[in-house]
Design a binder for this molecule. Structure first.
Ligand code: ZN
Length: 322
């Protein structure tokens, strides 16, 4: 996790920026794509800071690009509105065909751009649950015509069980299914030779954990996913979250311990008969707030801070499990 002191110094300015960001929404025209090389043929693309209220640390979800003579494999596709910028960034790496696209999970900051790359010939891989989630009709307005492009839907789907393996560019890419964690259709993407794993969003180091139970995520599954990651990862494995900074397996321990501690406190308060609002008001994350950058910023869903959203989720998961 980041240094607490640096966080305190910048907290006030971050809050001011966040308030301004929420007023403006996602400023797609201001998003720039940054490219980072993590292995000889593996690159990570991320959006720039302070233009996406849900992700002030970097707009949208991170994209992975495995390049080489066998063509390109992409992990996730960012927002639809910035497809041209993502394509430009990929073209700077490699002019070859984009053959495969894998989605880590269903959220729009990772999948909304799918159609752009499908139309360039990419075959989209994802969990069956993810496809079901994306194919569900829009429910925002009664009788609304669904204008979403069917090209964005995964073509090849898989369930739990053995990883799907793709061999290309001297790399073995494993699509490792994760039991219901951040969502019900999470996949970790492991690049065996590069010793890197894109873990998606069940781990994050900006804001408190977000477990999307409306899309099939679960607290128990997220804890299992963290354990699974620690088992799979070697001491030098680069763990690459969908948002935030790269980590290695030892960084997962304090993160998991924080979740367990909050879970324990919420459990105690439930045993005392406290309501959800009373549990949120008890500020059970306080001992960790200084170590979680962005933890007290407004969350993009749920109407409170990311700490509040996290505590509400823990409460409802524990209540539901009784
Ligand atoms: Zn997500």
């Amino acid at each position: 996790m980041h240094s607490a002191r640096r966080y305190f110094i910048t907290a006030a300015s971050i809050l001011a920026v966040a308030a301004n960001l929420f007023a403006q929404g996602i400023q797609y025209d201001k998003i720039e794509i940054k490219t980072e090389k993590v292995a000889p043929n593996l690159y990570m693309l991320s959006g720039s800071e302070n233009v996406d209220p849900g992700h002030p640390d970097g707009a949208g979800g991170r994209i992975g690009v495995l390049a080489g003579p066998d063509g390109i494999l992409m992990v996730d596709a960012q927002y639809l509105q910035i497809g041209d910028k993502v394509l430009q960034a990929i073209r700077k790496i490699d002019p070859g065909p984009i053959r495969f696209l894998v989605n880590t999970h269903v959220h729009g900051d990772h999948t909304a751009g799918n159609a752009t790359f499908a139309k360039l010939g990419a075959i989209i891989f994802a969990r069956e649950e993810l496809r079901e989630g994306m194919a569900r009709p829009l429910t925002t307005a009664r009788g609304a015509v669904d204008t979403r492009d069917p090209a964005r839907l995964p073509v090849v789907t898989y369930g739990m069980g053995d990883p799907v393996r793709l061999r290309m560019n001297g790399e073995t890419v494993e699509l490792i299914p994760v039991r219901a964690a951040h969502t019900g259709g999470d996949t970790m993407i492991r690049f065996v030779n590069a010793d890197a794993i894109m873990v998606g969003d069940f781990y994050r180091n900006f804001g408190y954990p977000f477990i999307d139970v409306t899309n099939g995520g679960s607290l128990k599954g997220a804890l299992e996913a963290l354990d699974q990651t620690m088992k799979i990862a070697g001491p030098n494995t680069k763990l690459i979250p969908g948002h935030g900074t790269f980590i290695n397996k030892t960084d997962i321990i304090p993160y998991r311990d924080m979740i367990l501690a909050v879970q324990g406190r919420v459990q105690e308060l439930i045993a005392q008969g406290k309501t959800e609002d009373e549990v949120v008001a008890a500020k059970v994350t306080a001992p960790f707030d200084a170590k979680v950058p962005g933890g007290l910023l407004p969350a993009n869903t749920g109407g409170g801070t990311s700490a509040d959203r996290f505590v509400r989720m823990v409460y409802s998961q524990l209540k539901g499990a009784r």
